[in-house]
Ligand binder design. Structure first.
Ligand code: NDP
Ligand code: 2IT
Length: 446
């Protein structure tokens, strides 16, 4: 680690003690940005990096609710409003028992660069709760969402902060939160994205992140004259992102042979297609957080307690959660001849794993570029809400495809400009940073 990076990280760690995931995300970004900032005295003077790692606002709040058995429960709610340099705060809400301030700060920080890469006017934010939707009834989920929004509503708005879904938050939860917001404000606003089609949602939003990951990976493969046709693909997770990615890989002629959950992974050598892809939605909606029923239903192997990275594949798409692919997994993928790793989840690869990928010849697409399709279509949902129109499936998909191709190109150009050709991690960080830092310079020290 360079002295400058070490000094910078010491300060970040001292100011944000115990926030391991936030430290990890900041270090990965700052390592690639320091050479850029060092060449620009204006950035240094305006202390752009020091300002960027400090959220503009952090909100935490109590979320009390009543369980079906009459017991009172209390969870903690958060919204991290990280940067509004280029647009209203924008980013998902995560409901998962593992949620902490550190996890939401890492996600909010990454979101700044991701949203900038989409070229749409969106700042960076993230929120959520340590609420565990597992085994909760629909009524319990509704009461929780209403209580969560009873506080959040005063901090958000279509021109202020526009949340969306993430782990544990899909169309159902967005609906319950939107209903409560509308009731409290008495106003029908485009304040959340991922809405239902009949009340302001956009076509393709549910599929967008997964489709975008596959579009991005296709662009990377094309730089080596390759495509998804005939490729074996390992996917982790079985949620929204994994589902969209599986569908698109199948459409492009590839074969997805794994999905995974907290219980283990399923190996389906014939490939997950058609009806099996739809079954993934049922599995997720069952609220039980297990993939084993897939193996029973289709008579394939279930490997308990393991991750899918031990399966030989041409392309690996981690689509579950942070730090789900470690150094040993990365080494295994490299040794077995994997061509491309493209991140659907946010920060799924540990720092050690990522370093191995960057130092090797593998095509490695980092989350903030590769999974930007979800928030990009959220941005398109905001545009449709503003003009009170809705675009066709084809129109939205074309926009998404174009945006993912542009992000890929911006990463390549930025990496090349700073002497790191082919390094998509550096490319994504630098390309995302430039627009935000220029906006910060123009707007003065605020
Ligand atoms: P879902 O809730 O639909 O699915 C999440 C999946 O990840 C489930 O399989 C879930 O299983 C698993 N998972 C979550 N936490 C853990 C954990 N601690 N350990 C093991 N498995 C876990 O969420 P999404 O598909 O929307 O999100 C998946 C990833 O993609 C996340 O990293 C998210 O931040 C990222 N992402 C999502 C976008 C979106 O638009 N939805 C956009 C860009 C990125 P379980 O719940 O049982 O743990
Ligand atoms: O991580 C992400 O980019 C998301 N969860 C989507 C955010 C959004 O506002 O659509």
């Amino acid at each position: 680690m360079s002295t400058a990076l070490n000094d910078f990280m010491q300060e970040v760690k001292a100011k944000n003690p115990g926030e391991a995931e936030f430290h990890q995300a900041v270090e990965e970004v700052v390592e690639t940005l320091l050479p850029v900032v060092e060449k620009q005295p204006e950035y240094r003077k305006a202390r752009i990096l020091e300002r960027l790692v400090e959220p503009e606002r952090v909100i935490t709040f109590r979320v009390p609710w009543v369980a079906d058995n009459g017991e009172v429960r209390v969870n903690r709610g958060y919204r991290i409003e990280f940067s509004s340099a280029i647009g209203p705060y924008k980013g998902g809400l995560r409901f998962h028992p593992s949620v902490t301030l550190s996890i939401l700060k890492f996600l909010g920080f990454e979101q700044i660069f991701k949203n900038s890469l989409t070229t749409l006017p969106m700042g960076g934010g993230k929120g959520g709760s340590d609420f565990d939707p597992k085994f909760k009834s629909k009524n319990e989920i509704m009461r929780f969402c209403q209580s969560f929004m009873s506080e959040l509503f005063r901090h958000i708005g279509p021109n202020t902060d526009v949340p969306a879904g993430d782990i544990g938050v899909g169309g159902q939860e967005i609906g319950f939160m939107f209903g409560q917001y509308k009731k409290l404000r008495n106003s029908f606003d485009g304040v959340l994205t991922g809405k239902g089609l009949s009340w302001g949602g956009s076509l393709i939003r549910p599929e967008a992140t997964g489709y975008g990951v596959v579009y991005f990976a296709s662009e990377m493969l094309a730089t080596r004259g390759q495509s998804f046709e005939g490729k074996t693909v390992a996917i982790s997770g079985f949620g929204n992102v994994a589902w969209g990615a599986t569908q698109k890989v199948h459409e492009l002629g590839g074969k997805v042979v794994t999905i995974s959950g907290p219980d283990g992974y399923v190996y389906d050598p014939a490939g997950i297609s058609a009806e099996k892809v739809e079954y993934m939605l049922e599995l997720r909606a069952s609220n039980q957080d297990i993939v084993e029923p897939y193996a029973e239903r289709y008579g394939v192997e279930f490997i308990a307690g393991k991750r899918p990275w031990e399966v030989k594949c041409d392309v690996a798409l981690p689509c579950a959660t942070q730090n789900e692919l470690n150094e040993a997994d990365a080494r295994g993928l490299l040794d077995s001849g994997c061509l491309c790793v493209c991140e659907g989840a946010n920060m799924p690869t540990t720092s050690e794993g990522a370093k191995l990928f960057i130092d090797s010849d593998i095509l490695y697409g980092p989350a903030k570029a590769a999974n930007a399709g979800g928030v990009a279509v959220s941005g398109l949902e905001m545009s449709q809400n503003s003009i009170r129109m809705s675009w066709s499936r084809e129109e939205v998909d074309q926009h998404l495809h174009r945006i993912m191709k542009n992000i890929h190109q911006s990463c390549l150009v930025a990496a090349d400009t700073y002497g790191m050709a082919g390094n998509y991690v550096a490319g994504a960080n630098i390309a995302g940073f430039t627009k935000v830092s220029d906006a910060m310079l123009a707007q003065g020290v605020v």
